[in-house]
Design a protein around this ligand. Structure first.
Ligand code: SF4
Length: 233
């Protein structure tokens, strides 16, 4: 499992994949990556300290992902992240969070502000179609207004390549994301062990007609495969 990488294109940054207690929500029908988790805080800290030890601060930007939300990282690991941000002079750290944890984000921003690091928080919205998101994806965001969803977050993830999605729906999701968030990250669904599986036809529509429109947009990260950032397995 690769737990450290450097992204050199679009918003260059270092990225670490840390291990936490695991996603507490676990209901998204497309997801099986909450399996990278352990209840052993000391074992998590050891693993995470190794990944964080590779951070050089070369771009001053660090992205932290953990197969879940920042709240599911142990307190000892969070202290280690803060220490690395302080010692490597990280000006911006990116985290991910489920909608459920939005009330905890201000405290996180405050904790990192103490060492001069600003937090950018990313939410997995997956789509701005609330019916598809809740009835098919079971995402657990009981809010349909994109502006309201964006209030506590800076960036969002979208998930494409699923049955029922269309050229128009994917374009609408991207444009809505760009209108309400600083940056968006488009993930293309790949086969896994979750109930909801990719649709090859939709994936092809994205690759042929939408990818060329946004591949050079600096505000749009596109992961055609979920290891494109260089972490994971
Ligand atoms: S997508 Fe995120 S919130 Fe949903 S089950 Fe997976 S890890 Fe949990």
């Amino acid at each position: 499992m690769q737990r450290y990488s450097v992204i050199t294109e679009k918003n260059p940054r270092e990225i670490v994949l840390l291990r936490g207690q695991g996603c507490r929500y676990r209901r998204c029908t497309f997801c099986d990556y909450h399996q990278d988790a352990s209840c052993d805080e000391q074992a998590n800290l050891k693993l995470n300290t190794e990944a964080l030890g590779r951070v050089t601060g070369e771009y001053g930007i660090l992205e932290v992902v953990n197969s879940g939300s920042f709240c599911e990282l142990d307190g000892s690991t969070m202290k280690a992240i803060i220490a690395v941000c302080a010692s490597k002079k990280i000006s911006t750290v990116h985290f991910e969070s489920h909608w459920l944890y939005r009330k905890f984000i201000p405290a996180l921003r405050e904790a990192f502000a103490q060492v001069g690091t600003q937090v950018k928080m990313k939410i997995g919205v997956e789509t701005f179609d609330p019916v598809y998101r809740e009835e098919t994806m079971h995402k657990g965001i009981k809010e349909s207004d994109p502006a309201t969803i964006a209030q506590d977050f800076d960036e969002c993830c979208l998930l494409f390549g699923l049955p029922g999605q269309t050229y128009e729906s994917m374009l609408h999701d991207i444009e809505t994301g760009l209108a309400h968030f600083e940056r968006i990250c488009v993930n293309i669904m790949v086969e896994n062990n979750a109930p909801l599986q990719p649709c090859e036809e939709v994936r092809q529509i994205f690759t042929d007609k939408i990818y060329p429109l946004y591949k050079n947009n600096p505000r749009v990260d596109i992961l055609l495969h979920n290891t494109d950032f260089g972490v994971g397995d």
